[in-house]
Design a binder for this molecule. Structure first.
Ligand SMILES: [Fe+2]
Length: 401
C-alpha cells in the first residue's frame, strides 16, 4: 500500500483532520527512518554501548573492568586487536594492562609504553583520538605497533583513544582494523573509552578507600599487639604463611591477596576483649572463655563497614571453626568452612604453638607439626596441613624442621 492510499484510509476510517494527518505523517516518517537498515544498526550499537557501560560500572575491580570492556570492544566495533594501557603517575609511563585478539587471547604480555612516544604523547596531551591509517607508513612511532606487526597487516589502520576520568586522562585504548577506520567508529570508541574511564576512576577511588580502611584497621591490629605482647608479629606471620599455603593449594591470585589481609586482621576482634582475660596466666574460667570466643564475631563487625570483600570478612569470622564441627562461632564442618578460614585456622594454631604464651612456653616446631597431624580431620583440614608441610619441607616459610 502506498503512502497516499494509507492517508486516505486513515482519513476515511478515523475521520481525522488535516493537522492530525500531518502529525501522523511525521510520526510515520520517523518510524520509517528508525527502522531503516542504518538506523537499526545504530539502535543495536547504542544498546550494546549501554550494555558495556552497565557491565563496566557494575565492577569495582580495575582488571575486571578492562577485560570485560576489551571483550565487548572486539564485538562492538569488530576490531582485530585491542588493548588498554593506564598511566602510572609515579613513572609517567603507560602500563599496558591487557590486550586481546579476535580469538580472545593476548598477543603479548604486559609491558610499559613510554609516555613520550609520539602517538601516546599526542593523545595523552590533547585528550583527543588519533587515527593511524597505515601502520607501516606511519611517521608516529609506537612500540605497540611493532609488537603487533607479526599479527597485524601493514595496511591495517589503528586508533588510539584517550581514556578520560572526570578531571584527567587515565590512559589509552588502542585498536586495529583490517578496513579503513570510519568516523562513526571513532565516535563509538570515544563513548566506550569515556565509560571505561568513569568505571576505572570509580574502582580506583573504591580501592583507595579500601586501602585507607585497611590501614586504619592495621593500626588497630598494631594497637592489639601493643596490648598483648604475646601476639607481636603473630598477625604478620599468619598473613604471610597463609598466603603461601593458598598459593601452594592453587588458589587464585585474588584469594591469595584476600587471605593476606584476612591473616593480618584475623584477631582484630580481640580489641573488644578485656586485657585481663587476654593476658591471664592461669586457666580461663568458662565465662572468660566465652568472652574470648566472641573475638571472631567482633572482628567481622569491625570489618563490615569497610566494604571489604566478603571472603576476607568470612575468613576472620570463621578462623576458629574446626573441620569436625567442634569449633566456633557456628560449629561449621568440613567444606562448609570457607577455605581461607580453614587455612588461617592451621597456620594460626601452628604459630600459636611455636610462640610463648602467657600461660606456657613455646613448643618445638617438630612437636607442633606432629600436633597438626594428630588433629588432621578433627580440628584441621588435612589438605591444608599437607600444603603447609610441603612449604616447611622446602624451607619456604623462612624456617625448616
Ligand atoms: Fe583468633
Amino acid at each position: 500500500m502506498d503512502n497516499e492510499t494509507k492517508n486516505t484510509n486513515l482519513e476515511h476510517n478515523f475521520n481525522l483532520g488535516q493537522n492530525d494527518l500531518r502529525l501522523l505523517r511525521v510520526l510515520r516518517s520517523s518510524l520509517d527512518l528508525a527502522l531503516s537498515k542504518g538506523q537499526e544498526q545504530n539502535t543495536k550499537m547504542l544498546s550494546k554501548l549501554i550494555q558495556l557501560g552497565q557491565q563496566a560500572s557494575s565492577s569495582l575491580e580495575v582488571d575486571t573492568i578492562i577485560k570485560t570492556s576489551l571483550e565487548n570492544i572486539l564485538e562492538i566495533v569488530d576490531s582485530k586487536w585491542c588493548a588498554i594501557g593506564l598511566l602510572d603517575e609515579e613513572t609517567g609511563k603507560i602500563v599496558l594492562r591487557e590486550n586481546i585478539k579476535q580469538d580472545g587471547k593476548s598477543q603479548f604480555c604486559s609491558t610499559e609504553i613510554p609516555a613520550e612516544e609520539d602517538c601516546v604523547r599526542k593523545v595523552m596531551k590533547n585528550g583527543s583520538p588519533l587515527t593511524i591509517t597505515n601502520i607501516a607508513d606511519s611517521s608516529l612511532s609506537c612500540s605497540l605497533m611493532s609488537k603487533c606487526l607479526g599479527y597485524l597487516d601493514c595496511n591495517d589502520t589503528g586508533a588510539i583513544i584517550p581514556i578520560k576520568g572526570r578531571t584527567k586522562t587515565l590512559g589509552i585504548l588502542v585498536t586495529y582494523y583490517s578496513s579503513a577506520m570510519i568516523s562513526n567508529k571513532i565516535n563509538y570508541l570515544s563513548i566506550i573509552a569515556n565509560q571505561i574511564g568513569l568505571a576505572i576512576e570509580n574502582a580506583q577511588l573504591y580501592e583507595s578507600l579500601q586501602r585507607q580502611y585497611v590501614s586504619v584497621v592495621n593500626a588497630l591490629a598494631a594497637t592489639l599487639e601493643a596490648k598483648d605482647a604475646y601476639t607481636k608479629g603473630h598477625s604478620l606471620r599468619v598473613a604471610t604463611w597463609s598466603r603461601a599455603v593458598a598459593k601452594e593449594m592453587g588458589l587464585s591470585d585474588k584469594q591469595q591477596e584476600m587471605i593476606y589481609v584476612g591473616g593480618l586482621l584475623h584477631d582484630i576482634g580481640k580489641v573488644g576483649v578485656s586485657e585481663r582475660i587476654l593476658l591471664k596466666g592461669d586457666k580461663l574460667t568458662a565465662e572468660e572463655k566465652e568472652a574470648i570466643q566472641k573475638h571472631p564475631l567482633i572482628g567481622a563487625k569491625i570489618l563490615e563497614p569497610g566494604n571489604l570483600p566478603e571472603d576476607i570478612i568470612k575468613a576472620v569470622m570463621y578462623h576458629h571453626e574446626n573441620y569436625d564441627g567442634s569449633g566456633y562461632p557456628e560449629g561449621l564442618t568440613g567444606e562448609e568452612i570457607p577455605v581461607l578460614a580453614r587455612i588461617i585456622n592451621v597456620v594460626d594454631a601452628y604459630d600459636a604453638m611455636t610462640s610463648d604464651r602467657p600461660y606456657r612456653s613455646s613448643y618445638t616446631q617438630n612437636w607442633a607439626t606432629e600436633e597438626l597431624d594428630r588433629n588432621a580431620g578433627k580440628q584441621f583440614d588435612p589438605t591444608v596441613i599437607e600444603a603447609f608441610k610441603k612449604l616447611i619441607s622446602r624451607g619456604e616459610l623462612g624456617f625448616s624442621l
